[in-house]
Ligand binder design. Structure first.
Ligand SMILES: [Zn+2]
Length: 427
C-alpha cells in the first residue's frame, strides 16, 4: 500500500487507503452501456484509469495489490446531476443568508462534498452556488476530499425570479446594494443574457444553469410562472455554445418549460407540470429530464411542519413537491430520456442514493435508474471518459453488497469508493 501525500489536515487524519495500480475482484459487475448485471469480473486500474475489465477472477500479475470485494456489485461511480454543495436547507436557511459569510458556506461545503463522495457519487453537477467552482479546484488539487465537480457557479435568473439573490429583501437593504445585474446572474434582456453567460465563463463555470420558471424555495409567490422570454433563453443557449457549455433549465411550470425546450436547453430540471405537449417537444429536441424526486418529496414533507419554511414558500412546497415523482414515471413511460439528479442541498447531502429508490417506486426499472446516474449522466455532461467500466475510462468505481437490479435498496450500502484510481472507502 502506497501512503498518500499529506496535502492537508483532512487528508492526514484520514487513514491512507490503497492507490493504484490495483486489481479489484467483483462478485458482480453492472454493465452500464447495456443496462444489465453481469457475473464475477476482475478490474485492473493503473494511473487513474481502468486498464482492463475481464470476466472471472484473475490473479494480479507480478504480485500486485488486489482488493477483494466478496458479495459485492461493482458499478461505475455515480453522478448526481443536480446538487448544491454550498448549502443545505433548514428552518434557519433564510436568516442564515443574512448572517453567514461566504467562508462559512465554504467550510460546510467541504463536509457535504466528503459525504457525497463516500455515498458513491464520484461526480456531481453543481447547479447553482458560488462555492462550487472553488471547491472543485480544491478537490482537484487534492486539498479536500469530494466528487469531481462540474460547476454552474451562480444560476442565471431574471428580476424577482428564482435565483434573484435579493428576493425578500426589505427596501433599505435593496437600496444599499442596488439591483443585481448580469454579473450577479440577473438578466432582463437578450444583451444581459449574453453578458451573464460570458461572466460565468470569466468566473470559471463548467455549465450554465437558468431558472426558467419560479421555484419552490425562493421568497416569491409563484413556483410555476415563466420567468424568461424565449429570446432571452435562446441568447443564453447560443452564447453558451460559444464556450462549449451545456445549459440546464430549472422549470416547474409548463410554459417556461416549453420555451426552454424550444430554445434548445440540454436538460429540464424538476419538470413538475410537464404536459403531453412538453413531453412531445422534449423527445423531438432530445432534451434530457432530471426529475429530482428527492427534493420534491423532501419539501412536500417539510411543508407539513409549521415554521420550517416561510409562509410564502409553504404552499408551493406542498403543491409542487408532491407531483414530481408521478411526473417522472409518466415521462419515462412516454420515452423521455432520464438522467439522475436529486437537488441535494434541498435534502441532506450524502443521502443522494435514495433517489434510485424513488425512481423505481415511480415505475422506472432499476437498471435504467442505474444507467441514469452513469452512462446517461456522462452524456448530459458531454464527457465520454466516465460512466462505464471499460478499458481507458477514468477509474471511478464503487461497490456495494448485494445486487441493486434485483433489490434497489442495495444502493444505500456503498462501502467501496474509488475516484481516479484512488480509494476513499474500502470494506
Ligand atoms: Zn436546484
Amino acid at each position: 500500500m502506497r501512503r498518500l501525500p499529506c496535502l492537508a489536515l483532512l487528508a492526514c487524519v484520514a487513514p491512507a487507503l490503497a492507490a493504484d495500480p490495483v486489481t479489484l475482484h467483483c462478485e458482480r459487475l453492472f454493465d452500464a452501456r447495456a443496462g444489465r448485471m453481469l457475473g464475477a469480473h476482475t478490474i485492473t486500474v493503473e494511473d487513474g484509469r481502468i486498464r482492463s475489465v475481464q470476466p472471472g477472477r484473475i490473479a494480479p500479475a507480478d504480485g500486485g495489490q488486489a482488493i477483494d470485494l466478496p458479495g459485492r456489485t461493482c458499478l461505475p461511480g455515480w453522478t448526481d446531476l443536480h446538487v448544491h454543495l454550498g448549502s443545505q436547507s433548514g428552518p434557519q436557511s433564510y436568516s442564515e443568508g443574512f448572517r453567514l459569510d461566504p467562508v462559512d458556506y465554504a467550510f460546510r461545503a467541504v463536509g457535504y462534498a466528503g459525504k457525497t463522495l463516500r455515498a458513491g457519487f464520484t461526480s456531481v453537477r453543481d447547479l447553482g452556488g458560488e462555492v462550487a467552482p472553488h471547491l472543485r479546484d480544491a478537490i482537484n488539487q487534492g486539498l479536500v476530499e469530494g466528487p469531481r465537480i462540474f460547476a454552474a457557479g451562480k444560476s442565471i435568473a431574471t428580476t424577482g425570479g428564482h435565483a434573484d439573490p435579493t428576493n425578500g429583501w426589505n427596501s433599505m437593504l435593496s437600496h444599499l446594494v442596488g439591483p443585481p445585474g448580469p454579473t450577479e446572474g440577473v438578466i432582463n434582456s437578450v444583451d444581459d443574457a449574453r453578458q451573464a453567460v460570458r461572466q460565468r465563463y470569466k468566473d470559471g463555470s463548467d455549465v450554465i444553469k437558468i431558472t426558467a420558471t419560479g421555484g419552490v424555495l425562493s421568497y416569491a409567490k409563484s413556483g410555476d410562472a415563466p420567468q424568461f422570454t424565449i429570446d432571452e433563453i435562446r441568447a443564453v443557449v447560443e452564447t453558451a455554445k460559444d464556450y462549449g457549455y451545456t445549459v440546464a433549465a430549472h422549470a416547474h411550470g409548463e410554459e417556461g418549460m416549453r420555451r426552454a425546450v424550444v430554445a434548445g436547453v440540454t436538460s429540464i430540471e424538476h419538470g413538475t407540470h410537464m404536459s403531453d405537449e412538453v413531453i412531445r417537444l422534449m423527445k423531438q429536441h432530445g432534451t434530457w429530464y432530471v426529475p429530482t424526486i428527492y427534493a420534491g418529496r423532501f419539501v412536500a414533507d417539510k411543508a407539513k411542519e409549521p415554521g420550517y419554511f416561510p409562509e410564502i414558500v409553504r404552499p408551493k412546497a406542498a403543491a409542487i413537491g408532491a407531483r414530481i415523482q408521478e411526473t417522472a414515471g409518466r415521462a419515462w413511460k412516454a420515452g423521455v430520456k432520464i438522467a439522475f439528479g436529486t437537488d441535494q442541498g434541498v435534502g441532506p447531502h450524502g443521502d443522494n442514493a435514495r433517489e434510485f429508490i424513488y425512481m423505481v417506486e415511480a415505475g422506472i426499472p432499476a437498471a435504467y435508474a442505474l444507467q441514469a446516474a452513469t452512462i446517461h449522466a456522462a452524456s448530459v455532461l458531454g464527457v465520454d471518459d466516465q460512466g462505464v467500466l471499460e478499458a481507458g475510462k477514468r477509474a471511478d468505481i464503487i461497490a456495494l453488497p448485494g445486487d441493486p437490479v434485483a433489490d434497489i435498496n442495495a444502493v444505500l450500502g456503498v462501502d467501496f469508493v474509488m475516484k481516479d484510481g484512488r480509494v476513499y472507502a474500502q470494506p
